[in-house]
Design a protein around this ligand. Structure first.
Ligand code: G3I
Length: 378
């Protein structure tokens, strides 16, 4: 049943008491989604050193859709989230406009609930994101702040948010999408770089490290699957920051792919050159969209092509030593961002809207299983 969005928002606003979450994975079979054995999940077959993750739907485009907050209200969604994955990432719930909607006012209830869910279900959490050009609140983007004030605002945000979840967030996308496709820094649309200069990037990492010395700190971007001007820019920047004593632990590739374009065949080689620098790598937001005109279903050939992309991306990650985290940007088409952004495209995730598994799901499951046959994970 669909709950009107306005009603759902009112319910959410009026309650801090989010529904209790049974700890699912690894616990009594009765808590698994009906008919789903814990051995028949992605996290169970994943190699011990590879986290298999998903974004947790909420905020962003969901707020304009005709359903209530998925993480809070969709019980089957929650069960599968717990059962299938051992890493979760807030899709929007840690972005500035969501978590810091007014100056000095933080909204932590949703993220607290996600972190609690992760702990109950023995999952790690990826933090996304602290320093970005997008989804910033109007008070920040349209405020008339001096350079000193802006610097203080950023420092306070990073220390407050990272500090709150210290010890509970394994990896942070400290800086997201800081380069243009041609490898130049985003000096116009990124407020921090524009107003405070490129040196502020190092400060963001320093402040995050101070707030949680154990967390792994990453750069994260799209369009860097292959060897190109943008990925080259990261390959040059990261060692330069490290030489200045700045802790940068990893380079993350989002992986928003489309069957319109060929698979980025140099993905593994690209991951490897960052690995060769001694960095961790990760795939953080993979999905594979396809053309599905309204009222049509994907063909078997399209689904097969999609499965091949997911499989090749996962194989690339597994093959590279320190690629330890593979996250899909949502696991069901029910909540995918893709059709909202790309008219006529969709079907980008590994499950149908009713959670039926697609060939892409089985491609991931088989690939994980063959990387570590018979191991049996949590
Ligand atoms: O801010 C506007 C608001 O002013 C307007 O009234 C409203 C009405 O449509 O839209 C608001 O923008 C929405 C935005 O979230 C901010 O809440 C967009 O419509 C909505 O589509 C957007 O969605 C999120 C998107 O990031 C924004 O960039 C998606 O939920 C989220 O999945 C997506 O995630 C990003 C990663 O964080 C970074 N990598 C790319 C990935 C996919 O875009």
């Amino acid at each position: 049943m669909k709950v009107p969005h306005v009603l759902a928002a009112a319910v959410l606003a009026s309650t801090i008491l989010l529904p209790a979450t049974p700890a699912l994975a690894g616990l009594p079979e009765g808590h698994q989604p009906p008919g789903l054995a814990k051995q028949d999940t992605l996290r169970w077959v994943a190699p011990k050193d590879v986290k298999i993750g998903t974004a947790v739907a909420g905020g962003g485009h969901h707020e304009t859709q005709g359903y209530p907050d998925p993480f809070t209200f969709d019980q089957e969604y929650r069960q599968r989230l717990a059962a299938e994955f051992n890493s979760i990432s807030p899709e929007n719930q840690l972005k500035w406009e969501f978590v810091h909607p007014e100056q000095g006012v933080y909204r932590f209830a949703e993220m607290d609930a996600i972190v609690q869910f992760a702990q109950e279900n023995k999952q790690v959490v990826r933090g996304h994101t602290l320093f970005w050009h997008s989804q910033n609140p109007a008070w920040l983007e349209q405020g008339n702040f001096s350079k000193d004030e802006l610097r203080a605002i950023l420092k306070d945000h990073i220390q407050t948010v990272v500090g709150r979840y210290a010890g509970k967030i394994q990896q942070w996308d400290v800086a997201n999408e800081i380069f243009n496709d041609n490898g130049t820094l985003r000096t116009t649309d990124n407020i921090w770089i524009r107003e405070l200069g490129p040196e502020i990037i190092a400060d963001a990492f320093r402040w995050a490290h101070e707030a949680d010395p154990e967390a792994k700190l990453f750069f994260n971007d799209y369009g860097v699957e292959g060897i190109n001007a943008k990925s080259n820019a990261y390959l040059e920047l990261i060692p330069r920051l490290q030489a200045q004593g700045v802790q940068v632990d990893g380079f993350a590739i989002q992986g928003h792919l489309s069957t319109r374009y060929g698979f980025p065949g140099d993905l593994q080689a690209n991951l490897q050159r960052f690995d060769d620098l001694g960095l961790e790598t990760a795939i953080t937001e993979i999905d594979v969209r396809m053309d599905v005109p309204v009222g049509t279903e994907p063909t078997a050939a399209q689904l097969k092509q999609q499965a091949g992309y997911y499989q090749r991306a996962l194989e690339a990650c597994i093959t590279v030593d320190e690629c330890n985290s593979f996250t899909i940007w949502g696991f069901t088409d029910k909540y995918s961002w893709v059709p909202v952004f790309f008219a006529g495209e969709g079907e980008a995730t590994v499950m149908e809207e009713d959670f039926t598994r697609k060939p892409a799901y089985y491609a991931l499951q088989d690939t994980l299983e063959s990387a570590s046959p018979g191991r049996g994970n949590r």
